[in-house]
Design a protein around this ligand. Structure first.
Ligand SMILES: N[C@@H](CCC(=O)N[C@@H](CS)C(=O)NCC(=O)O)C(=O)O
Length: 211
């Protein structure tokens, strides 16, 4: 079968997670670095979001589905436990991240800096300040989750960690989230340790064009 394509800009946290999963499974892939709502993406994702994936006749959208495919279609150590409880715990963290943590910390707060939509391009304080009072519990939750083993599920890297690490990397880049993260010692150590892992260090995204 031809090489797998991960389609989407490398700055996307969801694209990055798929690339880390490929690295962990030693799956060769081609990164097709395109933005959302471009023809390559619209051909696969009904709402034009990245990442999408192409592997021969197989096309997929939604990072969660792509992560599942990468983990199950290729040999190598599993990236999620295959027992029902362990597998469900990984799913639980992916869902918490995708439905609650990412919408607040990245879609609202982070994009208030990156895509502020203000006339002069300055940070959108209205959006950012509305997010701030709700953010600390998310960092505390993750800190306590990694406190015992240094991983979200079990004592090895899983898709739960792979899914959340890109977001946490971006949280180190903004002032208020950087301070909230630094105040959580277990979570800070977790982020530092994972960022040094080869599959992650090798795929740290470039800055957004023009920034
Ligand atoms: N649920 C999707 C979310 C993907 C997503 O929101 N991607 C962003 C880039 S990080 C995007 O395509 N944004 C454009 C848009 O929402 O129209 C997934 O997990 O793949």
């Amino acid at each position: 079968m031809p090489n797998l394509q991960i389609i989407g800009a490398p700055q996307s946290n969801f694209v990055w997670a798929c690339r880390i999963a490929c690295g962990e499974k030693a799956v060769p892939y081609e990164l097709v670095a395109v933005f959302p709502h471009t023809p390559e993406v619209d051909a696969i994702h009904p709402f034009g979001k990245i990442p999408t994936m192409r592997h021969g006749d197989v096309t997929l959208c939604e990072s969660r589905a792509i992560l599942y495919y990468i983990d199950h279609a290729f040999p190598g150590a599993p990236l999620a436990p295959r027992d029902p409880v362990g597998g469900a715990k990984v799913e639980q963290w992916i869902s918490l991240h995708n439905t609650a943590i990412d919408p607040l910390l990245l879609r609202q707060y982070g994009l208030g800096y990156v895509f502020p939509g203000t006339p002069d391009g300055s940070p959108n304080r209205t959006v950012i300040d509305a997010a701030l009072p709700k953010m600390e519990p998310h960092f505390a939750l993750l800190d306590s989750a990694v406190a015992d083993t240094g991983y979200l599920v079990g004592d090895t890297l899983t898709l739960a960690d792979i899914n959340v690490l890109p977001l946490l990397y971006y949280m180190t880049k903004f002032p208020e989230s950087g301070a909230m993260l630094a105040a959580q010692p277990k979570l800070s150590a977790y982020v530092d340790r994972l960022l040094a892992r080869k599959t992650i260090a090798d795929t740290i995204p470039p800055p957004m064009p023009g920034r």
